[in-house]
Design a binder for this molecule. Sequence first.
Ligand code: ADP
Ligand code: MG
Length: 392
Amino acid sequence: MPDQPTGGVPIELRKVTKSYPGVDEPAVHELDLNIPAGEIVVLLGPSGCGKTTTMRMINRLIEPTSGDIVIGGENSRDIDPDRLRRHIGYVIQQAGLFPHMTVAANIGQVPKMLGWDKARVAERVDELLTLVGLEPELYRDTYPRRLSGGQQQRVGVARALAADPPVLLMDEPFGALDPISRERMQDELLSLQEELAKTIVFVTHDVDEALKIGDHIAIMQRPGHIEQYATPAEILTNPASDYVEQFLGGGSSMRLLRLTKVGDIETDQVPYTTEDADARELLAEVESDGRGYALVLDGMRRPLRWVGQAELEGLSGPVGTAGDPVTGFISARMTLQDALESLLNADTEVVPVVGRRRAYTGSLSLTTVQNAIAAIKTHERERRQRRGEGTR
Ligand code: ADP
Ligand code: MG
C-alpha cells in the first residue's frame, strides 16, 4: 500500500469468514470478492446479511475468523492496524462526527495525528470543505449540531478523505437523509469520484441507490455470502437467482431507463438539412426515407424547424423558413426515463436530441426508447452466453 497520495488500489477478499462465539450461523461465510481499483462496489442486501461485518473486516475493526484480505497487494494481516486505517477512509450513517469538536477539528483529526503542521492541516481542511461543497469561511469553525443532516454527511466525507486514502468505506452513509438530500449526496459522490477515482466499498439496502452508485454490485444473502456480483445492467437483465429477483422486486425495465443515458443509445436518423439547402433535393431524401418529414438546422447545427413532405412539394429553391418551429429538445445527457417523460409531453411524435451547444445528434421517439431497452436486454443476454454462463 503506497504512502503517497493516490487514486484507488484493488481489494481482494479470499474465503473470508467471520463467526461470533456462541452463534451458530457465521456473520460472513467464505466470502470471495474482487474489488477493482478506482471502482465503486456496492454491498447490497437485507439487514443482517453481513454487509457491515464484511466492510469492517477490510479496515480490521473486526478481525476475520479465517480467510485473507489483500489490499493493494498486501495482506491486511501484515499491515499495522493503525497504518491500515489511515489508508482507509470510513464514513458511517449520521456522519459520526465528534460533537464537541469544530468542523475543522473533525476534518483535520487524522492529518494532525499524522503530525502535519498547523498551516498544512488548515489548508487541507479548507480544500476538503470546498471539495464537498461547503464554504470554508462559513463552516470551518461551526459545530456539527448546527449543520443539517446532509451537511454533516458532507463533513463526514471530507474527514474520511483528509489523508487522501486510496480506499473509502461507506456504510449506509446516506441512510438517515431525506430523499432529496439523499439524491443530491449520491450525485455529489459520483462527481467527486470522477475526480478522485478512489476504491469505494459502499453498503446499502436500497436497490435504487445501489443501481445508481455502483460500478459493480454484490448482492448478499444471509448468512454472509454473495448471490450475484455483476454490473447494474447485468443484474437487472439477468438476475442470478430467485432470491436476487425477489430482492430487486420487479420494475427492471423502468430501472434500466433510469440507468441509461440518451447519449448511450442509438438514436433515430431522420433527414436533416440547413435553410439554404435546395428544397427539391430534400424532398427526394424525405421521399426515399419514407417518414414524410425532415429537420432544418441552423449554421451551428441547432434544430430550428420540422418540415413535412407536403410542404416541400410546393417549394422550389432553398428550404428557407418553411415548416413548424421545433418546440422541445432532449439532451443527450438525460436518462431514458427523463427522455420518456419529455416524449410523453411533446407536441410531436419525434423529438430532436441535442448534445454540446445544443447541436443536433439524432432523434427520439417512444419506439426508439422501447427498441433501445430491448437491445440492452438482448446484448446483456448474449454477453452472458458468450461467457458460457447460460441464461435462466
Ligand atoms: P448488515 O450490516 O448486513 O445488517 P451485519 O454485518 O451487521 O449485517 O450482521 C451480520 C450478522 O452477524 C447478523 O446476524 C448479526 O446479528 C450478526 N452479528 C453482528 N455483530 C455481531 C456480534 N458482535 N456478535 C454476534 N453476532 C453479531
Ligand atoms: Mg449494517
